[in-house]
Design a binder for this molecule. Structure first.
Ligand code: ADP
Ligand code: MG
Length: 700
């Protein structure tokens, strides 16, 4: 590899005209430091300024270029002072509206002046407007030519505007030249790969996406499906995938305790269970068993649909560590779920003489100090709790396995931090991640490429799919009747209250209100209420009562979304399901249908439903397969929402789109293997090109 000064990845952006220290500092906010970074700062979209639209033909919502003459310009003094400019071109007229303007600008817009504007049409078709359009004054007799090519629109930041970015990309493209590698931009993909995947050359692709030629296919470009865009998307996905694969590779160089092959505790546990493990559970348990027998930290993801029996698999893994004399930390995303796990683990493991301890943020006083002591002395073999388990005050004596029951809440950084936190001497604990919600396979391949994956693709025998119906609020009385009937025959039911507001307080108030009303309508039923603001002990008492059958109806907020496991509950009412995501609804619904009885779920919606809401509820009625539902959810809401990565900022792409480019993902995976083999030295610079310096997963 040559790294001479004119390599564009080493050439500071300050070599470009117009970039002094101040601009350079602002560019840093866009992660632009080098000329290469400018080239990889790709347009977010394109504007078509290649045609003039007659004013008589403009429609609200369109982005158009219009050209005409000023008819009238006047300042209006309404609630806000604004400058109104009426322009016309003979086919119709249009009003420009400016809230910020100066006297000079106003004077320039005198009656009869030629003007060309670009902007979004607002108002109505009869009275179209543009608010703060871009405009230039022109001579009506000799107007300048319109743009010949699509106008790229770049992600911008305060103080760095489109014109600046266009100017910088023009200069950077000049540095690039037009031959591969001729001017310091290395193509890190080996020729074999480029040929095999029929990829456009890198410089050609960059020229095309920054400055599409006049004949460029607009729709294809707008959809991101042009071969030049696809070439770059491929490379970007590859860079992401490689960054995660490298995490996995590095894990293989770390050491971890190897747990013995003989597992008498595990064998006792399995033979003592009230049920037989499904084939899928057995397979996953043996995959874990092989992992933990190696001297390197396991990093395994277990995916399985709601109710597929992930908890017992986690318990089996815990036993492997305990057998070898190591401690286990089991962490769940919510306190309620952690409590459920605590109960299951205590029930299963204490009869085998294994101490299970509880630790969460809300633990107080003596219970807290006793738990902490048991954990640090090693007498607490299995610690169950929330993320509080990984705070500084918690010290494990000999942590051998970390189990994370996650709801797409942890990113790779957090997983690595947990692994490092749990190190003892030179050894890292093994790590098992269980997802609460299944995600489509190709997506999992991308987002969890740092992990080995197991899938529990079989439900315990005897389960019947939950019957799901959608019913409007106007039939609420009927629904209440059906709860009465079901409970009269000894069944139990959940009534789930939802609210859009994130506010805990409001959620709880709504649930309290509902519980009161239901108690009035259903005086013969024993009704309990759980929500996030109850103390752990109260929740625990209520859940135990419900589980023991001493409550008929449990009114709850979405705190019961994951993990709650009461086999006798066979009816669930979800209020305002239109407010929730599909995956969340599927999780909730998974609380019923856990026994052998036919279960039902009523989606009690508030009419009228939007088109999208209607579609989502239909998906839920038609399918009970979590993987299928996740796929439809992703199509409806986009991958960022489904994965919960939008908030964390992980998996944000310059040009790739996980949904649109899904077809590339399989090729990306094989290309990653090839690249690591053929050109291992190219891996780091490729990652740096697309992900920047910020990403140093797994540096040790
Ligand atoms: P999830 O995968 O949603 O976390 P759980 O682990 O909560 O599912 O299991 C759901 C229910 O199924 C629990 O009551 C569990 O005891 C039970 N279960 C798990 N595996 C089996 C099996 N092989 N046969 C019968 N019931 C099982
Ligand atoms: Mg679970």
């Amino acid at each position: 590899m040559n790294s001479t000064a004119d390599n564009l990845d080493a050439l500071p952006v300050t070599v470009l005209k117009g970039v002094g220290p101040r601009v350079a500092e602002r560019l840093l906010r866009l992660h632009i430091q080098t000329v290469q970074d400018v080239l990889f700062h790709l347009p977010a979209r394109y504007e078509d300024r290649t045609r003039l639209t007659p004013m008589g033909a403009v429609r609200p919502g369109q982005q158009v270029v219009v050209e005409g003459e000023v008819e009238l310009a006047e300042v209006r003094f309404g609630r806000r002072r604004n400058l109104l400019v009426r322009i016309s071109d003979g086919t119709g007229s249009l009003t420009l509206r400016f809230f910020h303007f100066n006297a000079g600008q106003q004077a320039g817009l005198a009656r009869g002046t030629g003007i060309r504007c670009y902007g979004e049409v607002r108002g109505s078709a009869a009275a179209p407007e543009m608010i703060h359009p871009e405009y230039t004054l022109i001579s009506r007799d000799a107007p300048p030519p319109v743009e010949e090519t699509l106008t790229p629109v770049y992600p911008a930041t305060e103080g760095v505007h489109q014109l600046t970015l266009r100017n910088l990309t023009t200069q950077a493209l000049a540095y690039l030249g037009d031959q591969a590698g001729s001017a310091g931009l290395v193509d890190w993909l080996p020729a074999e790969l480029i040929a095999a995947h029929r990829l456009t050359s890198l410089p050609a692709a960059l020229h095309y996406v920054h400055r599409p030629p006049p004949n460029a296919p607009l729709e294809q470009l707008a959809a991101g499906r042009h071969p030049s865009q696809q070439r770059l998307a491929f490379e970007e996905l590859l860079a992401h995938h490689l960054s995660l694969r490298r995490v996995r590779q590095r894990a293989r160089q770390l050491s971890a305790p190897a747990f013995a092959a003989a597992q008498p505790l595990l064998d006792d546990f399995i033979s003592g269970l009230a049920f037989t493990l499904t084939g899928a559970q057995q397979r996953v348990v043996s995959e874990i068993r092989q992992d933990v027998a190696c001297r390197h930290p396991m990093a395994r993801l277990v995916q399985g649909d709601v109710g597929s029996g992930k908890t017992v698999v986690a318990a089996a893994a815990a036993l492997m560590a305990v057998q070898a004399g190591y401690q286990v930390a089991l962490m769940a995303p919510t306190e309620l779920l952690a409590e459920q796990h605590f109960r299951s683990f205590s029930d299963w493991l204490e009869p085998l003489g294994i101490a299970v301890v509880w630790h969460a943020g809300k633990s107080k006083g003596k219970a807290r100090s006793q738990a902490l002591q048991a954990i640090s002395e090693g007498s607490g073999a299995v610690a169950v709790g929330t993320h509080a388990l990984f705070q500084d005050e918690v010290e494990f004596q000999r942590l051998g396995l970390v189990i994370i029951d996650e709801q797409h809440r942890f990113g790779v950084h957090q997983r690595l931090a947990l692994r490092d936190k749990g190190r003892t001497g030179g050894q890292r604990p093994h790590q098992l991640v269980m997802t609460a919600t299944p995600i489509p396979r190709t997506l999992a391949m991308t987002v969890y490429a740092d992990l080995d994956t197991s899938v529990i693709d079989e439900l315990p025998p005897g389960r019947q799919p939950v019957k799901t119906v959608a019913i409007g609020q106007e039939r609420r009385e009927e629904v209440i009747e059906s709860v009465r009937k079901a409970c009269a025959t000894g069944q139990q039911a959940y009534w789930v209250c939802t609210l859009i507001e994130e506010s805990d307080v409001l959620q709880c108030q709504a649930a309290e209100k509902t519980a009161e009303l239901l108690a009035t309508s259903l005086p013969e039923l024993r009704i309990g209420l759980v929500h996030g603001r109850l103390a752990a002990a109260q929740k625990e008492t209520l859940m135990s009562a419900f589980k023991a059958g001493s409550l008929d109806l449990l009114v709850a907020t979405t705190v019961i979304e994951v993990g709650v496991d009461v086999a006798n509950a066979s009816l669930m009412i979800i209020e305002n399901p239109e407010r929730l995501g599909l995956a969340q609804l599927h999780q909730l619904r998974g609380r019923v249908g856990r026994g052998s009885r036919q279960s039902s779920c009523v989606l009690l919606y508030q009419p009228p439903l939007s088109e999208q809401a209607r579609e989502r509820l239909a998906v839920l009625r038609e399918s009970t397969d979590g993987f299928e539902i996740a796929r439809r959810d992703m199509e409806l809401r986009g991958p960022g929402e489904v994965l919960g990565t939008r908030q964390t900022g992980e998996m944000q792409f310059h040009i790739a789109d996980l949904l649109r480019d899904e077809a590339l993902l399989v090729a990306v995976e094989s290309a990653a293997g090839q690249l690591m083999e053929l050109a291992p030295g190219h891996v780091s610079p490729l990652i740096r090109r697309w992900l920047g310096e910020a990403v140093n997963y797994g540096e040790v």
